[in-house]
Design a protein around this ligand. Sequence first.
Ligand code: CTP
Ligand code: MG
Length: 470
Amino acid sequence: MDSILKLVLEEVTPKPEEKKALERAVSDIIRKLLDVRDKHGWSYDVMHLGSTARDTWLSGSRDIDIFLAFPLSEDERTLEEVGVKAGIEVSEGRYELLYSSHPYVRIEHMGFEIDIVPCYKVSNASQLRSAVDRTQLHQRYLKEKLTPRLCGEIRLMKAFAKGIGVYGAETKTRGFSGYLLELLVLYYGSFLEAVRAASRWKPPIIIDIERYYTPREAREVFDAPIIVVDPVDRRRNAAAAVGRQALSAFIAASSVFLAKPSILFFKPPQRRLPNEVSEHIAVVVFKLPKAPPDVQWSQLEKACSKIRAYMEEHGAQILGSGFWTDEVDTGALAFKLASWQIPEARVHYGPFVWQREASMKFIERHLGREDTAEGPFIQDFRWVVVKKRESDVLKVLKRLLSDSSTMKSIGVPSRIAGSIEEGYKLFTEKNILELKGTRLEAFLTKVIDRTPQYVRWGRRDLNPRPPALH
Ligand code: CTP
Ligand code: MG
């Protein structure tokens, strides 16, 4: 274990040259932001926050968080306008305009990706006006508690979370933010202690470093499977974004890692599609309307679950489904089916024979109809019919995808419904290998085989008598 952690730590700690390059980029952009401020007579302080300011960033990551802190007296419109103008002015023309609670600017600068985010300058949680104001309080809190040893432990924790696929609070992952992982390490004292604790977690998990609440109060205030009260703001659950899937994965992977430590947890091998796919699978690839990634992911999630429910209602047996986007202009929905065939008849129960009017209507509606295979007949006091239905899953799916108004009526987000109606590419196990080597490959492997990879790495120890290998 020790040697694994030592090796990983060495890899994830930025080398001195990398740190120097980062410091150069940071001081350069800060100077530029101060220059434009003075030139225009604007009033903000420039703050370098986030993991690069706390020395808890992973080697190779290129994200720098710069905040422009305005006095509380500034009105919100001015803050937004000036913040964006300043960001654009230092960008030398290459920038992206993004939104969280406020608009902010992302630029490329000296090999780094820098977010320039306007916020208010606050000194405690009672002054908070927007979510991004909290970041400076996080910084102050952590700076005071972190030591070089803890920074290393945090890097291990981040690398582990990344390796098992739960790093990031965005909709795409619904996992653990960098800040949350920092709090976990701080609370438990080290990476290994945090993992040991996590292997014993059972929701609801309550971590309240500053002891703002009793466990019962915390459960009442926050309704979530994992509650990590933000030490700088008792009203916020720093783990609010953690979903059930990421939480389970974190618990499960922690146990497996302790039973069978492996460097693979930190450096999972790339998954590849096999040379032959025998599973029944349908993948719909289409042009996804432009939107912020969180919006794209959540719309895809909705489209996927609605289309899945529609197919199930039509008799398809669906083993699994998934969705993916490149966060630019391509979306994909995938369904894994038990079979391409749906039984072609379905029993439909009607009213009891003594429900006179309903019975007459039922007979009227079904007798001699084209889609009636048998009946109406009587069984256990009730009228019953056997109805015919489409037995080809592919036909059911294609019919739906060609008709945006049906898609909208079942709850598929309208922009996605419209875009699919205009055109899509359909892949099944017959031609899915065309997607080998594309950006969709890793996602497709996960739809075809949902086994978390780490159970394989730990298998021998978990299963005392493994089946004989041949
Ligand atoms: N933040 C937060 N909650 C989130 C995302 C961000 O409170 N869900 C705040 C944290 O204070 C965080 C800062 O915004 O430190 C910067 O966000 P981000 O760059 O996402 O995280 P880092 O802490 O910088 O970690 P890393 O970049 O290494 O993932
Ligand atoms: Mg960051």
